[in-house]
Ligand binder design. Structure first.
Ligand SMILES: [Zn+2]
Length: 95
């Protein structure tokens, strides 16, 4: 396999991974951006207490599906508010 072909396949693979990721999102990437801003601000003030309480509050305030969203976050390695920023923010901003 030549180099260009390999690169092409890698790009295709990355693209598919991204599409799969996007397809699983429990709500829109725009809302995720709002969640990041919200958490940035509130965690800057109060810090993370190793729960998802601010994330849950955001979900409630925006009438988003809580169980589905929390399951999705756990599947993506998020178990507290600061991990939303640490583990998800980069992935979403890459979309
Ligand atoms: Zn935390």
């Amino acid at each position: 396999m030549d180099k260009n072909k390999k690169k092409e396949l890698k790009q295709k693979y990355d693209e598919e991974q991204k599409m799969t990721f996007v397809a699983t999102l429990p709500f829109s990437s725009m809302l995720f951006e709002s969640l990041f801003d919200y958490l940035d601000e509130i965690l800057g003030e109060h810090g993370c207490d190793d729960t998802l309480k601010y994330t849950i509050k955001f979900l409630e305030d925006n009438e988003l599906p809580i169980d589905e969203s929390l399951n999705w976050l756990r599947d993506n390695g998020v178990f507290c508010d600061c991990e939303v920023l640490a583990n998800i923010e980069d992935k979403i901003s890459e979309i």
